[in-house]
Design a binder for this molecule. Structure first.
Ligand SMILES: Cc1cc2nc3c(=O)[nH]c(=O)nc-3n(C[C@H](O)[C@H](O)[C@H](O)COP(=O)(O)OP(=O)(O)OC[C@H]3O[C@@H](n4cnc5c(N)ncnc54)[C@H](O)[C@@H]3O)c2cc1C
Length: 379
């Protein structure tokens, strides 16, 4: 780091930290990002790979989050078409589907309305034959359904593209550099790492699920209670269908996806409280069984453990506490206190909006708004 009075240190090289580093670099800040491993290899590559508004968040009236996500979805489709592509999602309705057809239709009408002119395509009603032509669904209890549009992303590739763009625009990205100690001297931060010490005028904690751990380890107050909620996915060896499906589990009303993914199929996700170490997160046996069981309920071609090539899991740091993790909001908080900004929660989809909010707070700290160069992804 060089120019005092302009130096920003970012801890965490997930989609949020790298997005923030990119935004700040385009505003001319002297940015250094520290990542203990490789950028994107934690939560940000363990997602459902959806760039979406989040249809189910409407049920919880999170209209602001859905609207912002749909705007960011449109921006990514327009600006990163090599990484994000539109995806039609088929939403079958079975005799036992927990939400009625009227409720689902109302949600889809609202979803289209919130996307406004940036919508990909409007939702459609599908009859039973159309449903069966999309994939090997269980025929007996099928009552028809709908389809609507969202987008799919190669999540790790998106993070790497943001890293390349941030680096081109002047950010210094230090991978395999763990932040081990945070201290203050005068108005400066002293950022201790396993490769030496750096000084910064402002510190941004974007350590994802590790963020409270980082604060605690350095004697700082945690601003929010976070629930660490694990989500797991199965990767099936075969492609079940070229279509994507959103299904609803009867017993717990949860929704889950079955998605085509690079010649395989993803099934997920789960939501369970995570009370194990944050490094090396894995799907539990119960989660694998849960997903196989849910899949088999709705697909005629049954799967067993032999069909599962692998699984992966990530941990969402969600703001608040609730007996049911599905009830916790997926929105993010950006909290500045002096020259420290903590970033809580968030979705991959909204990383650009989040980065802009962080940058506004950095501008506030340094006393004047700075225009950003337009965000153009590096080739
Ligand atoms: C199961 C699951 C499915 C999801 N699906 C979707 C989806 O389909 N669409 C969507 O939009 N969002 C989805 N999300 C949300 C999305 O994954 C997260 O919002 C996003 O990845 C958060 O990124 P992050 O940068 O905050 O965290 P992370 O990607 O975890 O990055 C934090 C980084 O900080 C680093 N770090 C921690 N401590 C230190 C330290 N001391 N020194 C240096 N580095 C450190 C870590 O190594 C890590 O790389 C999903 C999340 C989960 C868990």
């Amino acid at each position: 780091m060089s120019t005092p009075g302009n130096r920003v240190a970012v801890v965490g090289g997930g989609i949020n930290g790298t997005g923030i580093a990119w935004e700040l670099a385009r505003r001319g800040y002297d940015v250094t990002l520290f990542e203990k491993g490789r950028c994107g290899e934690q939560t940000s590559s363990k997602t459902t790979k959806m760039i979406h508004g989040g249809l189910r968040y409407l049920e919880r009236m999170h209209f602001g989050l859905v609207r912002e996500s749909l705007r960011d979805r449109a921006w990514l489709l327009a600006n990163a078409p090599h990484l994000v592509h539109p995806l039609e999602i088929v939403l079958p309705v079975f005799a036992d589907t927990p939400r009625s057809r009227i409720v689902i239709r109302a949600g889809l009408v609202l979803y289209d309305a919130l996307a406004g002119r940036e919508n990909i395509h409007r939702h459609r009603r599908l009859g039973i034959p159309a449903m069966l032509s999309r994939g090997p669904l269980v025929r007996e209890a099928l009552r028809g359904g709908f389809s609507y549009w969202d987008a799919q992303v190669d999540d790790l590739a998106l993070v790497r593209a943001v890293v390349a763009s941030a680096t081109r625009d002047g950010a210094s990205i230090r991978e395999t550099t763990r932040v081990t100690r945070l201290g203050r001297s005068g108005g400066e931060w002293i950022v201790g790492t396993d490769r030496g010490e750096e000084r910064a005028d402002m510190l941004i904690n974007a350590a994802g699920p590790w963020m409270n751990e980082l604060l605690r380890a350095n004697g700082m107050r945690e601003r929010y209670v976070l629930s660490l909620v694990r989500g797991s996915h199965l990767v099936l060896r075969h492609r079940v269908s070229d279509s994507a499906f959103l299904l609803q589990s009867v017993s717990d009303r949860r929704v889950f996806f079955v998605l085509p993914w690079k010649g395989t199929t993803l099934v997920g996700t789960t939501e369970v409280m995570h009370d194990r170490p944050l490094d090396g997160v894995e799907a539990s046996e119960e989660e694998v069984e849960y997903l196989i069981e849910r899949f088999n309920r709705y697909f005629a071609q049954k799967i067993t453990l032999d069909d599962v090539a692998s699984s992966f899991a990530g941990v969402r740091p969600l703001v608040g506490r609730a007996a049911n993790p599905s009830a916790l909001a997926r929105d993010y908080r950006v909290v500045r206190s002096g020259n420290l900004i903590n970033v809580f929660g968030g979705k991959m989809t909204t990383f650009m909006s989040l980065a802009q909010k962080v940058a506004m707070r950095v501008d506030n700290h340094f006393g004047k708004p700075r225009p950003a160069k337009p965000p153009v992804f590096a080739e």
